[in-house]
Design a binder for this molecule. Structure first.
Ligand code: R5P
Length: 311
C-alpha cells in the first residue's frame, strides 16, 4: 500500500477533553490547531477546522466518555472536516474508548454496541486509531484501520508504588481484569488474588468468591475502569470479609465516576484511588482520588508513529 509522504504532525484537541489535547500538543512542542463547533438552532453540529490542517498529519484527541454518542459524532465531524480540507493522514487518539464493554451479547435481541461503535469509526477517513487500555484487547478486530493499544499500567504502577505496604496483594476485582492484574503484579513484584464477580445489572454486581490468599495483606485493586464503582465496592467488601487488611488501594486506567461511584467508594476504607486523566475530571469523585497525566505517553506514541511514518 502506498503511504502519504511524511509531513509534520498537527494536534487537534476535540471538545471531549481539550485539556488533554493541549497537554499532548505541549509535550510535542506544537501550537494546537483551532476549530469551532457550533450548534444550529435545532441542535445539529456545525464543525469548522483550522486551515493549517491542509496537507498535514492530523492527530485528533477525543476520548468518548458520556455523552458517548455526542463525543463520537464530534470526532466523526472533525475527521470529516480535516479530510475535506485535504489533511494527508488522520489519527484518532481515543484514550478512553466507549462501548468497548459491549463486546458480546448477554441476551437475545441485544445490539452489539462495540461493533456499532467500531463501524461508525470505520466510516470516518481515519488511517490509525490510538487507544489506552481498552476494555477488550481484541478491539482491533472491529476496525478497518490499524488500532494501536497503549498501556498506562507501567505509569500507574510507578505512581502507586510508594504508598504500598510490603505485604500488599494485587487483586483483580473480576475475571476480566486478570491479565491487567498479572501485569501489575509482575511490575510491582507482588502476589495476586482474583475476585469472581457476577453482574446483576448495569450498576449492580455481586462478588461470589475469592481465589488467592489475602489474609493480613493490604489489597490493591486494579481494573481498566471505574464506572459506577459497583465492581470495586463489591470486591473490597469480600476482601475485607476474608481478612484483608484495610485500607485498600484502588488503581484504574479510566476514572469515569458515574453516580453513585463517589458515594460507594467514599463509604469504604480506601487510602487512595489512582486513575489517569484519560477522561475529564469527574464532577463528583472520591476525596482520595488522584490522577496521573497520560499526555507524555500519548505524545511519545505519536512521535514514534511519526518517526516510522506510521501516523
Ligand atoms: C467490567 O468488566 C470492567 O472491567 C469494569 O470492572 C467495570 O466496567 C466497572 O464498572 P463499575 O464501576 O460500574 O462496576
Amino acid at each position: 500500500m502506498t503511504r502519504a509522504p511524511l509531513t509534520a504532525i498537527e494536534l487537534l484537541p476535540g471538545p471531549a477533553h481539550v485539556a488533554l489535547g493541549n497537554a499532548i500538543a505541549q509535550q510535542l512542542g506544537l501550537a494546537p490547531l483551532s476549530r469551532s463547533l457550533e450548534r444550529t438552532p435545532d441542535g445539529e453540529m456545525l464543525v469548522v477546522v483550522d486551515e493549517r490542517a491542509r496537507g498535514r498529519n492530523i492527530a485528533i484527541v477525543q476520548p468518548t466518555p458520556a455523552p458517548v454518542g455526542e463525543h463520537l459524532l464530534e470526532l466523526l465531524m472533525l475527521a470529516d472536516a480535516c479530510w475535506r480540507l485535504g489533511a494527508a493522514r488522520i489519527t484518532a487518539v481515543i484514550p478512553y474508548l466507549g462501548y468497548a464493554r459491549q463486546d458480546r451479547r448477554s441476551r437475545s435481541g441485544e445490539a452489539l454496541g462495540s461493533s456499532v461503535f467500531a463501524s461508525a469509526l470505520a466510516s470516518a477517513p481515519l488511517q490509525r486509531v490510538l487507544v489506552v487500555d481498552p476494555h477488550n484487547a481484541g478491539v482491533e478486530g472491529g476496525f478497518s484501520c490499524p488500532v494501536e493499544s497503549l498501556s498506562a499500567v507501567p505509569l500507574l504502577a510507578r505512581a502507586v508504588e510508594h504508598v504500598l505496604t510490603t505485604d500488599c496483594v494485587i487483586v483483580a476485582p473480576d475475571l476480566g481484569a486478570t491479565k491487567l492484574a498479572q501485569h501489575y503484579a509482575q511490575l510491582l513484584k507482588k502476589p495476586m488474588a482474583i475476585v469472581h464477580k457476577q453482574r446483576l445489572g448495569p450498576s449492580e454486581v455481586f462478588a461470589e468468591r475469592l481465589i488467592g490468599d489475602v489474609r493480613g495483606r493490604q489489597p490493591v485493586l486494579v481494573d481498566d475502569m471505574i464506572s459506577t464503582g459497583g465492581t470495586i465496592a463489591a470486591a473490597t467488601e469480600i476482601l475485607l470479609a476474608q481478612g484483608a487488611k484495610a485500607p485498600a488501594v484502588v488503581v484504574a486506567t479510566h476514572g469515569l465516576f458515574a453516580p453513585p461511584a463517589a458515594e460507594r467508594l467514599g463509604a469504604l476504607p480506601i487510602a487512595k484511588v489512582l486513575t489517569t486523566d484519560s477522561v475529564p475530571a469527574p464532577a463528583e469523585t472520591s476525596p482520595v482520588h488522584e490522577r496521573v497525566g497520560i499526555a507524555p505517553l500519548l505524545a511519545d506514541a505519536l512521535r514514534n508513529a511519526q518517526r516510522y511514518e506510521r501516523l
